[in-house]
Design a protein. Structure first.
Lengths: 153, 409
């Protein structure tokens, strides 16, 4: 019997098994990815804050605000899902939970903001601005911690 | 008097038509992160596009043929095909990005997802390309694109530290938290956005459409040397407002909606409405120009009749190419691909294709058999060669920088 089918079968199983493995970057790359995910989400939260401020001041059309908020929420969602799909090193497990938690909280607030703006519920804008400010603070802290670790082994 | 009006109209349309989706997005992205420290790349790209647009316009005016009509004849079918494939792929990518840009602009008004609007926009673009006269396509969108002056007004209204901005532009001061590799990546992107290949396809073929002769060279030069640099000032204004307002907030630009937010802060709802008119005009105008450029370049390569100056049945191949390109572009956009990502890729790949686009223009403009007394002089050749050196550097660096920085992350 020819060995070719056997080699093909072994290679196929190998490729399939490799494909099942989550993306496991080296520690510095993982930290970089965490940093970029947090800073990207931070940018989405800053955008949402600016949009709600301008809506409150009557300086921005609601349709424009709605489109900008949907894009910001979408962007934050992409950051969160791509980061959480990466496998951290065991030593980074606590930081992984810290980052995914702050990304998830920010995503929730962005969804609340989008819902309120689509429903034209302007009475809730002041409290949403407060929540956005809290998220900014939390994201800034994690971003600053991760920024300090960049380039270290 | 008519001549002066013609010059004024040409300059105004050149200013309004200078900015497209690539300029809008790239300048806002760069402005928010690097301020005006990369303004030199826009300046370099503007000098380059002026030099080569003037050359290709002169070729069209003197020979009565578009530059790329002559490339195959002068440099042979093999080089002509390489030139066609490289430039065409980038132009087609830009065409997709521009249609997506119109959809993103209208999404800001209608609040309907761009993936749903894109096919309708593509249909509208095709109808305009099929039915509208060339000068209407060129002038109407160019003049409406002047609405983007709102970015210059907003910059003035925001009252930035002008001294700081000038210092940043003059000293190329990179923000300390950014990497040199990312700085270089965005320099290439800005250069590519300013020198997009379709601009010369459209400019030289447009000269033939409008039946330029050597008497029109003066007007053409005024359009290029006054209109393009003033258009580039709009690009710099977009970067300026992004730096002043989005930079301090840590906003990185990933969406067209973010580009207009500084206008809301500076000028309120009316300013935003004017900016949206500018977005739509700039992207729709550029979609028409890129769509026509796809048809021009393929038809010119195979020697088929082309252009809007003949009736559609006489240029059937040209119109079929334009229709097919529009259909495929719509098909790509309905897959849900992000138009901003297509835009980012188009400006970088534009940098890669630049040598193949611009080198042949230099060769043809130096051929006395075509150009007679209007053959390139020392100044044009000097500027052309210097620009080509930068073009080569950008082309070689573009892909490695794209990979190294993870698309400027």
């Amino acid at each position: 019997m020819s060995r070719i089918p056997l080699v093909v079968a072994v290679l196929s199983v190998g490729i399939l098994l490799t494909a099942c493995e989550p993306n496991s970057p080296e520690r510095p790359e993982w930290r970089d990815d965490a940093y970029y995910a947090v800073s990207g989400t931070s940018s989405a939260v800053a955008t949402a804050t600016l949009v709600v401020q301008q809506l409150t001041d009557g300086r921005l059309q609601r349709n424009y605000a709605r489109a900008a908020l949907i894009a910001a929420e979408d962007d934050a969602g992409k950051q969160s899902s791509s980061f959480s799909a990466m496998q951290p090193a065991p030593v980074d497990t606590a930081r992984y939970h810290e980052v995914t938690s702050v990304l998830s909280d920010a995503g929730d607030v962005l969804a609340d903001v989008r819902i309120a703006v689509v429903r034209d519920h302007s009475a809730s804008y002041p409290s949403l601005l407060k929540q956005l400010a809290q998220q900014t603070k939390a994201l800034d802290k994690v971003e600053s911690d991760l920024g300090g670790l960049r380039g270290k082994p | 008097m008519k001549k002066y009006l013609q010059v004024a109209l040409g300059i105004l349309t050149a200013i309004g038509g200078f900015v497209d989706i690539g300029d809008l997005v790239t300048n806002a992205q760069v402005g928010a992160r690097f301020g005006l420290s990369l303004v030199w790349a826009t300046l370099l790209g503007t000098v380059g596009i002026c030099v080569f647009a003037e050359m290709s316009g002169r070729v069209a005016a003197v020979s009565g043929r578009a530059t790329f009509d002559l490339v195959r004849e002068r440099l042979g079918p093999r080089f002509g095909l390489t030139n066609l494939v490289a430039s065409m792929l980038v132009t087609f990518l830009t065409f997709i990005a521009e249609i997506g840009g119109v959809a993103l602009s209208l999404e800001l008004v209608a609040s309907v997802q761009e993936v749903l609007i894109a096919p309708l926009i593509a249909l509208l673009v095709w109808l305009v390309l099929w039915r509208a006269k060339f000068n209407i396509i060129e002038n109407a969108f160019g003049l409406m694109g002047l609405a983007l002056i709102v970015f210059a007004v907003a910059l003035w209204q925001l009252g930035p530290d002008w001294g700081g901005l000038v210092h940043q532009a003059a000293t190329l001061a990179k923000p300390h938290d950014e990497l040199w590799s990312t700085y270089a990546y965005y320099a290439v992107a800005l250069f590519g956005a300013a020198m997009t290949p379709y601009e010369v396809f459209f400019f030289s073929s447009g000269g033939v459409e409008e039946r330029w002769t050597d008497e029109d060279i003066g007007v053409m030069r005024a359009n290029v040397f006054i209109g393009f640099p003033l258009g580039a000032l709009l690009s710099v204004s977009i970067a300026g407002v992004a730096w002043v307002l989005l930079g301090p907030l840590g906003v990185s630009v990933d969406d067209l909606g973010q580009v207009g937010l500084p206008i809301a802060v500076a000028l309120g709802k009316i300013g935003v409405a004017v900016a949206i008119v500018g977005f739509v005009a700039a992207t729709f105008g550029a979609a028409c120009e890129t769509g026509l450029s796809v048809g021009y370049s393929i038809s010119q390569y195979i020697g088929a009749q082309w252009g809007k100056y003949v009736r559609p049945p006489q240029a059937m191949f040209f119109h079929v190419v334009v229709a097919l390109a529009t259909l495929v572009a719509a098909g790509v956009l309905v897959t849900g691909v992000d138009p901003i990502m297509v835009t980012e890729l188009s400006v970088v790949f534009s940098a890669v294709a630049l040598p193949l686009t611009y080198f042949p223009i230099l060769v043809v403009a130096n051929d006395p058999d075509y150009m007679g007394e209007h053959t390139n002089g020392r100044v044009a050749n000097g500027l052309g060669v210097v620009t080509l050196v930068f073009v080569l550097i950008a082309a070689v660096a573009a892909i490695p920088l794209l990979i190294w920085t993870g698309m400027g992350r």
